[in-house]
Ligand binder design. Structure first.
Ligand code: XIL
Length: 364
């Protein structure tokens, strides 16, 4: 069980009388935002929109230019994950050129607003730059490219990133290493351990995670991660956490076994996290979700949050964007949408209120 918030007693001493007045601090302060409602040992995060699919849209960079968006981002969350701005194709667009500006801006914003940052991601099969995908490199060169990328990027933000998704989506649905992953295909699965070692050397305080989707229910993919986690720990590789992305669809049912999955990794001594939660649905004609759909969506969000709350060392709960205005879902899942907790105009859906109430109850 998660520790109950301690009763805080403020002691005021007046020098004049030297008498002490014990004053209980209000146990349930008015909780108006997700971050203020949350238990103190749980970070509430969101992806920060920019790069990736956003580039195809006509709107300017959301994080830079959408002031109402930035306001909600600062107010509601105490953790942020760059949605694309730290991915290879974005941060390392040419072999000898890094593009740090957008990631720097997010890290600075986070510092100014008391937010943790989740770094995403270092070793992945997707969103790699053309120079890497299409180049011809020897194995030794590839290894040194990965190593110097990790040292450069992780080193730049040393001390400022709470958790890094070091390895992202390395297994396929059959629990086999993904051969689309250039690093694994060319260098073998042992490269995963090296990526963790390098990231740890570059920032010894960052918590280093395995991250994937399709691990919300038990199955061969979860088994593969459990086996890998045990191996890495046995070899004293600096692996600190396992995360479920939790991109959910109302087509497939609520994540009612997620707590059990997270617990298996907690039992290994790892931290766990929910890193990319959203709940998409089939949109009716006209594109507006029905009241019933919104209620079901809220219950899925709650089930995912409850899973994290039920596990001791699940300390980070992140949704993949907070407004439908910028969600990746309609771009990647035809006919599905409305996956976030706020409509395009930032009005709140039932899912938002359910999360906030559930957090507030857990904090008590
Ligand atoms: C998505 C972004 O949201 C989009 O903007 C981008 O075009 C594609 O990637 N798993 C991950 C995330 O680990 O990085 C993906 O983000 C969603 C699936």
């Amino acid at each position: 069980m998660r520790r109950a918030a301690r009763t805080v007693v403020a002691v005021l001493a007046t020098t004049a009388t030297l008498s002490f007045v014990a004053q209980p601090v209000q146990a349930h302060p008015q909780t108006k935002t997700l971050r203020s409602a949350a238990p103190r040992d749980l970070r509430i995060g969101t992806a920060v929109a920019g790069g990736g699919h956003h580039v195809e849209h006509s709107y300017p960079d959301p994080f830079t230019y959408d002031r109402p968006y930035r306001k909600v981002l600062a107010k509601e969350f105490n953790s942020v994950s760059p949605e694309n701005q730290m991915k290879w194709e974005f941060i390392h667009p040419e072999r000898n050129k890094y593009n740090f500006g957008p990631a720097d801006a997010i890290v600075k914003f986070a510092r100014q607003h008391g937010q943790a940052v989740r770094g995403h991601t270092l070793l992945w099969h997707s969103q790699n730059p053309a120079w890497l995908n299409e180049g011809t490199f020897t194995k030794a060169e590839l290894r040194s490219i990965l190593k110097s990328h990790i040292f450069t990027v992780v080193g730049r933000y040393r001390g400022q990133i709470q958790q890094w998704d070091v390895a992202n989506e390395i297994f396929n649905e059959n629990g086999e290493y993904r051969q689309e992953n250039i690093w694994i295909r060319e260098l073998g699965p042992g490269i995963v351990a090296d990526a963790f070692r390098w990231a740890h050397q570059a920032d010894p305080r960052a918590q280093l995670f395995l991250n994937d989707y399709g691990v919300e229910w038990p199955g061969v993919k979860v088994d593969a991660y459990e086996t890998l986690a045990k191996e890495l720990l046995a070899q004293r590789v600096p692996l600190h956490g396992f995360a479920s992305q939790a991109h959910l669809s109302m087509r497939y049912g609520a994540p009612d076994q997620l707590a059990g999955v997270l617990q298996r990794f907690d039992d290994l001594g790892l931290k766990t996290a929910i890193t990319e939660l959203d709940v998409r649905m089939d949109l009716p004609e006209g594109g507006v979700p029905t009241a019933e759909q919104l209620t079901t969506q809220a219950s899925y969000y709650k089930t995912a949050l409850d899973a994290c709350l039920a596990v001791d060392d699940c300390n980070s709960f992140t949704i993949w964007g907070f407004t439908d205005k910028y969600s990746w879902v309609p771009v990647f899942f035809p006919a599905e949408g409305a996956a976030t907790v706020m409509f395009e105009d930032f009005t709140k859906k039932p899912a938002y209120y359910t999360l906030r109430d559930t957090l507030a109850r857990a904090r008590r």
